[in-house]
Design a protein around this ligand. Structure first.
Ligand SMILES: Nc1nc(=O)c2c([nH]1)NC[C@@H]1CN(c3ccc(C(=O)N[C@@H](CCC(=O)O)C(=O)O)cc3)C=[N+]21
Length: 293
């Protein structure tokens, strides 16, 4: 068997075209959305992601505001950047690129983001509303990568109702929150959350109809662990530097041989990554529309 491709690039392009129309309508009313980014330090992966987000904005007509701080930035410097974006009327939503340098208290920074401008859906208020299933008076932005996974499956006609989903990894941006989305009544999946303390990872993965690999461990999901016909989403991404050439390549959590076993596989790159960026734009446009009334 060779798995069908969950094509994140093509799907993200479709979504961006839809968003461009909504942005044009907002701009015609003088309400152009603006996405801000705060990037601290020189990590090449983070720089590449942030640059990609600004390219996406230009493509769909969203204004963008880029704040780059040196790796030596203090807690106060990062907090000041957040305060400026909170106060800037041109910025309707923004993100603080993670991870922050170890010297910066990440949770303290996330708490200071105006929950109404939290394009990542990572503010405690918004994560709390996700737990509480608050829909009124505001629907909180959903975390981008979990939303990306659901949207990628939905747009390929894959229904999750009654399915067993194994999530691998308990990180902030994916593993910890995706189960809240997957177990909503309108999705109705059953979720197992596995992590580095799981006794027998292979056993849980093998039992799953759908595997969401978000561990950040290159190749951790191998073909022998996957049930034939399963749907596999390769979410984790690592930069692996070849010691011989010094060249960096992106490696996903899923071993390429899984394509011989799975029914559907999201490639990495080209799968959930571009969808995450599209969902960030969607969060910004949703918020701008709500503000515009
Ligand atoms: N506050 C915050 N929000 C995030 O959403 C966030 C974050 N911090 N920190 C890091 C992770 C990682 N992440 C990716 C986004 C897009 C691609 C992406 O578009 N990747 C392309 C390849 C890009 C390339 O070639 O460099 C692809 O998969 O095809 C990947 C990874 C968002 N994250």
């Amino acid at each position: 068997m060779t798995a069908r491709v969950l094509d994140g690039r093509a799907t993200a392009a479709t979504i961006k075209a839809e968003l461009a129309e909504r942005v044009a309508a907002l701009s015609a009313r003088g309400r152009t959305p603006g996405l801000g980014t705060v990037l601290v330090g020189e990590d090449p992966g983070s720089r590449a992601y942030v640059s990609g987000k600004h390219r996406d904005c230009a493509e769909v007509g969203i204004a963008s505001i880029r704040v780059d701080l040196p790796a030596t930035a203090s807690q106060a410097d990062v907090e000041a950047a957040v305060a400026r974006l909170n106060a800037d009327p041109a910025c309707t939503g923004y993100i603080v690129q993670l991870p922050l340098p170890a010297a910066v208290d990440t949770n303290a920074v996330l708490e200071l983001i105006d929950p109404g401008k939290d394009a990542d859906g990572l503010h405690p208020t918004n994560l709390g509303r996700l737990v509480l299933r608050v829909k009124e008076p505001v629907t909180s932005p959903l975390p981008c990568t979990p939303r990306a996974v659901l949207e990628l499956l939905a747009r390929h006609g894959i229904d999750l109702a009654g399915k067993d989903v194994c999530v691998v990894g308990r990180g902030t941006t994916v593993g910890r929150s995706i189960g809240l989305l997957l177990t909503r009544k309108d999705v109705n999946a059953t979720v197992t959350l596995t992590h580095t303390g799981t006794a027998d990872l292979a056993q849980h993965v093998r039992a799953a109809d759908v595997v969401v690999a978000a561990a950040g461990q290159p190749g951790i999901i191998t073909a022998d662990m996957v049930r034939p016909g399963a749907v596999v989403l390769d979410v984790g991404v690592s930069r692996v530097v070849d010691p011989a050439t010094g060249k960096a390549t992106l490696r996903g959590d899923v071993d390429p041989a899984v394509a011989d076993v799975a029914a559907w596989l999201s490639p990495n790159p080209g799968g959930v990554g571009p969808m995450t960026r599209a969902m960030l734009l969607a969060n910004v446009v949703d918020t701008a529309e709500r503000l515009a009334g």
